[in-house]
Design a protein around this ligand. Structure first.
Ligand SMILES: NC(=O)c1ccc[n+]([C@@H]2O[C@H](COP(=O)([O-])OP(=O)(O)OC[C@H]3O[C@@H](n4cnc5c(N)ncnc54)[C@H](O)[C@@H]3O)[C@@H](O)[C@H]2O)c1
Ligand SMILES: [Zn+2]
Ligand SMILES: [Zn+2]
Length: 362
């Protein structure tokens, strides 16, 4: 028997989202129904609504969530009703080539629920990132549920489900930031500030925050930025970063915007042997034109970071523990708590840079 819940659906490209009734089936083999307690509004939800990810409308949005397992399907042994979980979009298969070679964060057959959630007329919904958690309850694969310390605040730890983890992991996992490194982060939204926090945890000596918005730069300091650059106040971001790093450029530069111009800044602002990490998501139309010789004449590495190369079972509990110990301020990412009705308004605020994360709380 499917349950009726309220959920936020994007019906068409650029159309305002709609709060409507969603049917959530009982969990089938390997699946779980989760009662969502909190779900953050990520820029990727807006990308979905704008048709920037794919055309599989209607979408059930929301994917940075924490909640309590309500029921599990047959064959689920490591999860039980009542478990407090952060939802992830990397339920690794364990059997593909990447998993077998010990790099499960590159898993190419991650699990999602196999039954669809639908509208009341039977229309199948595409859940954002296979989660769809702007809904009172959602159906996921049991592997998408990562158990964490149940005494943690849902609105804060749910953010590990996507953007904050992507940022932290871009620094710690993909960028390999280590003690003494200089790090520059371009774009200080939820993802960029995650990268700043991750760089601090990893022991970076210098953390340079770059943004166009002074309010974002103030927040970035709270997460560990030692220096800030307002793009609007300088002639050239690259020169400024070099200036702050004794002329060398930063050891790791993280592009948390994802545009050709910011990636180029990241490329030229790194040390000759430095690492560039692209974690912001470009749209399919974006192109890069650069002299090939500039690639040849430098060492280092150019990387991209899907979900911060995280392994949820390894990284979520660790970061929740750091949060609970006061060593990682997840609360500071939560600018406001809103209701399901507030998602469209939260997109507006995100667009105007007024929030790091609006979090829907149930
Ligand atoms: N790789 C992943 O797995 C992953 C996961 C989640 C989100 N993302 C992507 O990361 C990006 C950032 O997400 P977010 O939620 O932090 O978004 P956000 O809108 O909260 O933050 C973007 C920030 O970039 C700043 N900015 C914009 N243009 C800039 C420029 N030219 N130079 C410097 N700063 C600039 C904005 O002022 C803002 O502070 C998005 O593209 C999102 O889709 C990637
Ligand atoms: Zn796999
Ligand atoms: Zn996201």
């Amino acid at each position: 028997m499917a349950q009726e819940v309220r959920g936020v659906v994007a019906r068409g490209k650029g159309q305002p989202v709609e709060l409507t009734t969603v049917l959530v089936p009982d969990p089938g083999p390997g699946e779980a129904v989760v009662r969502v307690q909190a779900c953050g509004v990520c820029h990727t939800d807006l990308h979905y609504r704008e048709g920037g990810i794919n055309d599989d409308f209607p979408f059930l949005l929301g994917h940075e969530a924490a909640g309590v397992v309500e029921s599990v399907g047959s064959g689920v042994t490591d999860l039980a009703p009542g478990d407090f979980v952060v939802l992830n979009w990397r339920a690794v298969c364990g059997t593909c080539r990447a998993c077998k070679r010990g790099k499960p964060w590159y898993c190419f057959s991650t699990f999602n629920a196999s039954q669809p959630m639908t509208l009341t007329d039977g229309t199948k919904l595409s859940p954002a990132l296979g989660i769809g958690a702007f809904a009172e309850k959602t159906l996921v694969h049991s592997g998408q549920c990562t158990k964490v310390d149940p005494s943690a605040r849902a609105a804060a730890v749910g953010l590990l489900g996507c953007g904050v983890m992507a940022g932290v992991g871009a620094a710690m996992n993909t960028g390999g930031v280590t003690r003494g490194d200089s790090v520059a982060v371009i774009g200080c939204g939820g993802v960029g500030d995650g990268a700043i926090a991750g760089a601090r945890i990893a022991g970076a000596a210098k953390i340079i925050a770059v943004d166009t918005d002074p309010r974002k730069l103030e927040w970035a300091k709270g997460f560990g930025a030692t220096h800030t650059i307002n793009v609007r106040d300088v002639d050239d971001v690259v020169t400024e970063i070099q200036h702050l790093t004794d002329g060398f450029g930063a050891d790791v530069v993280i592009d948390a915007v994802g545009r050709p111009e910011t990636w180029k800044q990241a490329f030229y602002a790194r040390d000759l042997a430095g690492t560039v990490v692209l974690v912001g998501v470009p749209t399919p139309d974006m192109k890069l034109e650069m002299p090939l010789i500039d690639f040849f004449s430098r060492g280092g590495s150019l990387k991209s970071s899907w979900y911060g190369d995280c392994l949820p079972s390894r990284d979520f509990p660790m970061l929740v523990d750091l949060y609970q110990q006061g060593r990682f301020d997840l609360d500071a990412f939560v600018t406001e708590e809103i209701s399901l009705e507030g998602v469209e308004g939260a997109f507006e605020k995100m667009h105007h840079g007024e929030v790091l994360r609006s979090v829907v709380v149930f």
